[in-house]
Design a protein around this ligand. Sequence first.
Ligand SMILES: [Zn+2]
Length: 571
Amino acid sequence: MFKEWRIKTVFGIFFILFLLVIWKLVQWQIINYDKYRVLAEQQRTINMEMSSPRGSIYSADGSTLAYNQPAWGVYVNVKDIRDGKDSRSKYEIIRLISPVLEISEDILDERINMSLNYVPLKHKVSEDTVSALKEIGISSLRYEQEEKRVYPEGRMASHIIGFVGKDDIGRESGRYGIEGYFDGDLSGKKGFVTAEKDTFGRLIVTGELESIVARKGRDITLTIDRGLQRIVEKGIRKGVEDFEARSGTVIVMDPKTGAILAMANYPNYDPNEYWNIKDSSILNNLAVSHVYEFGSVSKIFTAAAVVEEDSSNLKAKVEAHTGCIEILDKTVCNWNRQNHGEESLVEVLQKSCNVGTYYFARKIGSQKLYDYLLSFGIGKASDITLQEDATSFLKDWRKWSELDLATASFGQAISATPIQIISGISAIANGGERMQPHIVSTITDDDRIIEFEPQIASTPVSKDTADSVTDMMVEVMKDGGFQWYVQDITNYHLAGKTGSGQVPYQDRPGYDPTKVNTTFVAYDARPERKFIMLVGLQEPQVGGYASDTAVPVWVSIFKELSVYMGITPIE
Ligand SMILES: [Zn+2]
């Protein structure tokens, strides 16, 4: 009996509390919806401003690429005006502050809603503006410390860095690139200030706010060399303009460590004014996100695979073949349908012979070729720590037809991102070991430094095989159908390969015969192996194949890069 009474009482109390909560919710959300929505927004805004200082981003030489500049939020305490605590009227105040804040009187009139208590007028204003306002002496104005993200180099490295923008609920957060990927590290631990405010959203701000900061964001130093970055940005821009390409990409990497020394795309944007761009696709770093058919560069992976499986393939010749071959019910041809006669592997690479590559690939078969491609990093994300890093799709070898084996061997119907392609070829440059591509060298906390050590991502082939393939790529530089463009850099001992990939239609199956994506990847073949560089042009309207587009752009960038990096001719 007693027990039942107690249960009923407890239940009754809970029921009353429940009704109270419901009533409060109705009051908040329905009756006073507009009022509380505005207040909630103010609260959020203030929370955002109280976040701990965001970490900076530096290039390898310590130059600042992104930092936070102190700024101020200007607020008006409307209640003071309403209660007559401010000697001036709303309209007198508006007239005085409009020119200083550079906001029209109409907009200020609208913003200063007299039924509210506390209204933000403008965010991220400079110290000078605040001084000018203080000089006028308006007692109802309030100032809150804020921070403004500044990118002192403007467009330079914009695709690597990203920017700080607003997310869906108006909170500031890192978007794209390093700002996006490392948002948690950069933004640090936020100071939460809700407790400092009363239920009307009033927050009288003084200097104490700094003490709320929990932990400053971490600083990030990139592997990017600022001088080299400038060179490649200028070069890829000129390349895109000269060949009227839709876009262009360039990556320079140290093949011995996997460190990215420079990475750029054109067109680019200014992260200080990211909101001014018209087409949001421009924000994507194509070097890590553009999955495309990279054409004959893939023949290097095939050559490495067949030599690794059987080094006698270095001396083997494939039987004389015509410029085309029937596979299943399809005819596969060389790019110029030429008949080369009997040829060796190096000749197949020099002539970029599709039929010959397929002949060699047949010796190892689909499963082996697939395994090698995966080991070279094709068909999976590069794991570079940039937000847009994309994976690519490599069809399971068990589903390959004979035609799939052929096209994969010479680089059709297989796709990858520029970072995956350069990473794969860098394994050849680095004696068979593919180093994990990385763009961050250190992350610095208040009390520690996290350093990124070079790591082996995979070892697709042995050193012997890699060195043999390098030798073949050196021969390609000498006689690969683009000698005219490289004639004045022949004594630099470079190894390279071109690729011209088909472009699928956007809206139907098949390839658009008017479009091509061109790639040239080449590296320092001296023992120092100082660099590897990829240049890609998306849909150039002038020039055609890679040998006439990506190669000359690569060469013109190399001429500056070699001086900058101190790479001298051999003879
Ligand atoms: Zn051939």
